[in-house]
Design a protein around this ligand. Structure first.
Ligand SMILES: Nc1ncnc2c1ncn2[C@@H]1O[C@H](COP(=O)(O)OP(=O)(O)OP(=O)(O)O)[C@@H](O)[C@H]1O
Ligand SMILES: [Mg+2]
Length: 274
């Protein structure tokens, strides 16, 4: 679906920090791809380059990000570079940015925020019918219809994050990019939201890219895993293989540093998303 070919990304006009350095990966149909790595390793930068969000001054210095999507109505294949992805946002790919609590407009009720984000064709059918559809979809996230009439500050942090995930999934995009979607939340809420995201991915058979510094999360839900270190990908492959047989020193250390419970690694004993 997306091919990242030897991409180097920098910020600013002169000199450039190479935030992502010669990275290649593919995002396949119907998979959960995890991205892990320490703070500053380039995970969010890579997400922005894949989504085609250049608003932060990000520049692709070399290499290409190519998307291949199928138009839902015409069945036509759309091939484009990420600098031209903007018209495909929502329909084909959606993005939950890191620290996205602040993405919700504090002055606008939730219903309006959902509607404003929708492509025009989704708004057809009258506002009552649309509200019913949104309410129905939100209920799958444990969000009651009254949430639609609330302002963001009236919701808990966990609810706001569920709202963001629901908005990102509502129009059934083929790819959802989620950058640390649960990091600020407590473990119980985190678990619920991750379960929801997995369920949506299975139901909609789309692709999910999940950025998390939490290896336990990757162990439990991702199909493949990419490990970044200082802007580069040092390792990628099926998640189970990486855990069973890490190749790179950085990955070995990461896995070795996971807490142990009763002699087993915590991730193996938690069974959180079993
Ligand atoms: N908007 C920006 N302008 C300039 N430099 C930036 C910007 N965003 C990130 N960088 C730099 O790019 C590098 C990679 O940052 P990035 O945010 O992609 O890392 P990350 O892996 O997402 O980290 P974290 O786990 O803390 O979210 C860092 O050196 C960072 O300082
Ligand atoms: Mg980040």
């Amino acid at each position: 679906m997306i091919t990242v070919d030897n991409v180097t990304v920098g910020y600013g006009t002169a000199g450039f920090i190479k935030a992502v350095d010669q990275v290649s990966l593919t995002i396949n149909d119907n998979e959960i791809l995890g991205i892990a790595g320490e703070s500053g390793s380039g995970k969010s930068t890579l997400m922005r380059a894949v989504y085609g969000d250049f608003s932060t001054g990000l520049r692709i210095l070399s290499g290409t990000v190519t998307g291949r999507f199928v138009d839902a109505t015409s069945g036509q294949v759309i091939e484009a570079q990420s600098k031209n992805f903007a018209p495909l946002w929502w329909d084909q790919l959606s993005y939950i940015p890191q620290g996205s609590m602040s993405v919700l407009n504090p002055l606008m009720k939730i219903e309006q925020q959902v509607v404003d984000g929708l492509p025009a064709r989704e708004r057809k059918g009258g506002s009552h019918a649309l509200r019913q559809r949104i309410a129905g979809f939100f209920s799958g996230f444990g969000l009651e219809e009254t949430v639609l009439d609330a302002y963001p500050h009236q919701l808990s942090g966990g609810m706001r994050q569920r709202v963001l995930v629901a908005i990102a999934a509502f129009v059934n995009p083929r790819l959802i990019l989620a950058d640390e979607p649960t990091t600020a939340l407590d473990v119980v809420v985190q678990k619920k939201i991750l379960l929801m995201m997995v369920e949506i991915q299975r139901r909609q058979r789309n692709s999910l890219v999940l950025v998390s510094h939490d290896l336990g999360v990757h162990y439990q839900i991702t199909d493949r895993l990419v490990i970044m270190y200082r802007g580069q990908i040092v390792e990628q492959g099926p998640t189970a293989e990486i855990f069973a047989n890490p190749q790179h020193d950085y990955t070995k250390n990461l896995i070795a540093s996971l807490p142990r419970l009763h002699g087993k690694r915590a991730v193996e004993s938690m069974g959180v998303l079993a």
